[in-house]
Structure formats: structure tokens, C-alpha cells
Write a protein that binds this ligand. Structure first.
Ligand SMILES: O=S(=O)(CCO)c1ccc(-c2ccc(C3CCCC3)c([C@H]3C[C@H]3c3ccccn3)c2)cc1
Length: 243
């Protein structure tokens, strides 16, 4: 991984997510509200208003079979396939390449009537976590990968006129669990499980009706997690295991 002007910022945010985001809700004292539950997927939210804007933190836990942490993060980070699973952005472009796993993305979101359209400009970095904190239930993950997306204030070349800049601080933290086959045979996809923690802190950057935004997030995050995880399972099922 190359060193660049955002390296220290990335390290700081990765440390924050490992110290804070990996904890399951309920471990810490603050009140997470379960807003959606479908099978292994649990989506939590906290109500938070900053400067009069709805900035509700979101934390989702999920566990999916047959894929690795690296594969989940790879397909989340890779812009070539972004449109295959991301249904709420209108357009995006890679503004800058910082190293082989770190880029800057500019994207516009579909407008939410009656508020103005939003755009985001953020660093997106994928990395393997070398020394993950031990998790509660005792069994050690095979490996831990993360994608960190956070807003930066750069002079975007040609922002879409009329957009209000939303600020994002997002992490996808994935851990692979491998159950070797009893007969000592090779590891196949049905030996794999990937536990996911997805955290999203989005500041809308300006006024959006509270009821509209809250019902949108309550619907869109579970939909995104359902669609994205199914996409990765489908995309990898005939492929060599990337671990
Ligand atoms: O995980 S990612 O990095 C994937 C790359 O795209 C990500 C996910 C979500 C967002 C985002 C940005 C803006 C908004 C709002 C704020 C006011 C108007 C738009 C929302 C709210 C609306 C919620 C939402 C949740 C899930 C999907 C889309 N929409 C979410 C940004 C990045």
C-alpha cells in the first residue's frame, strides 16, 4: 500500500472503527434501536440531530455463507461493479487514484423530493486489518478486511449544479470464518462464513424533512444490505476463493 496525503486520516478512522464500530449494539450503554431484522441481518439506528440536521448513526450486522471478508470488501470497493448493486446513486466518477486500494469518488444521489439533490465526495480505501480486536464469542476469525469511506473537502472539478454536499463516514468491516471439512479435504465455499458490520454516519448537509429521511433510511439500508450481499454470493459462487 502506497503512502499518500490521506494515509494518516485513514489509519485514524480504521482505529476508530476497530475500537468502536466492531462492538455489537447493547455492548455499550447508548441506545441502539432495532429498525429491521431479516434472518441474519439486524439493522440498528440511533436518533441524532446535529445543527438541526438528521444525522442518525446506522449500524447493521449480517452474516452470510460461502464468501470471504476479502470478497465482500472487494466488491464493495470496486467501482467497476458499483452500478450492479448500488441502486440509489444517479452517477459517480473516480476523481483521484491514491494507491492500488485507495481512491477518491464523487457521486450524486437520486433526489429526494422536495429537498435538493445530494452529492458526496469521499475517500474509499480497502485494507486488511492485521491485528483485529478479539470478538465476544471466542472463536477467532480467519481474517478481517475493511472498506472505509469518508468525506473529504477537495475542490471537485465539476460538481453537479444545485447539489447539496452530504458528508459520509462509512465502514464495512468483514470477518471470515472457516470451518475445515471433517474429512480433511480442501476448503470449499461451504466451509466459509463472513460476518459483516456496516456502519454509516451520513450528514445530509442541509434540510431534508425528518419523516421523509427517516423512512427512506429505514427502507434503503436493509434493501442495500440484502441486495449487495446477494450480489456478492452470486458473483463469487463459481469463482476461485479470494482469501
Ligand atoms: O455505503 S456507501 O458508501 C456505498 C457507496 O454509495 C454509501 C451509502 C449511503 C450513502 C448516502 C448518501 C446520502 C444519503 C441521503 C442524505 C440526504 C439525501 C440522501 C443517504 C441516506 C438516504 C439514505 C440511504 C441509505 C442507503 C442507500 C441510499 N440512501 C445515504 C452514501 C454512501
Amino acid at each position: 500500500r502506497g503512502h499518500h496525503r490521506f494515509s494518516n486520516e485513514i489509519d485514524k478512522r480504521v482505529k476508530h472503527h476497530l475500537d468502536d464500530s466492531l462492538k455489537p449494539p447493547g455492548a455499550d450503554d447508548d441506545k441502539w434501536e432495532l429498525v429491521a431484522e431479516e434472518g441474519e441481518m439486524k439493522v440498528y439506528r440511533k436518533e441524532l440531530i446535529e445543527d438541526g440536521l438528521i444525522c442518525d448513526p446506522l449500524k447493521a450486522l449480517h452474516s452470510i455463507k460461502n464468501v470471504t471478508a476479502r470478497e465482500m470488501c472487494h466488491y464493495f470497493w470496486l467501482t467497476d461493479v458499483r452500478k450492479e448493486w448500488e441502486g440509489t446513486i444517479e452517477n459517480f466518477s473516480v476523481v483521484e487514484v491514491l494507491d492500488e486500494l485507495t481512491i477518491v469518488i464523487y457521486q450524486t444521489h437520486r433526489r429526494i423530493w422536495p429537498s435538493a439533490q445530494r452529492d458526496c465526495l469521499y475517500v474509499s480505501s480497502m485494507l486488511k486489518v492485521d491485528n483485529p480486536p478479539p470478538n465476544g464469542d471466542g472463536c477467532k476469525p480467519y481474517d478481517t478486511w475493511m472498506v472505509c469511506n469518508f468525506s473529504v473537502d477537495l475542490n471537485e472539478a465539476n460538481p453537479v449544479a444545485g447539489c447539496v454536499r452530504a458528508l459520509v463516514e462509512i465502514a464495512l468491516i468483514c470477518q471470515t470464518y472457516v470451518t475445515p471439512p471433517a474429512d480433511g479435504g480442501p476448503i470449499t465455499r461451504d466451509c466459509l462464513k463472513c460476518d459483516i458490520v456496516y456502519v454509516a454516519n451520513v450528514n445530509p448537509g442541509g434540510w431534508v424533512p425528518a419523516s421523509v429521511l427517516r423512512s427512506l433510511t429505514k427502507r434503503e439500508y436493509p434493501k442495500f444490505l440484502r441486495r449487495f450481499t446477494a450480489y456478492v454470493q452470486e458473483k463469487t459462487k463459481e469463482k476461485e476463493i479470494l482469501i
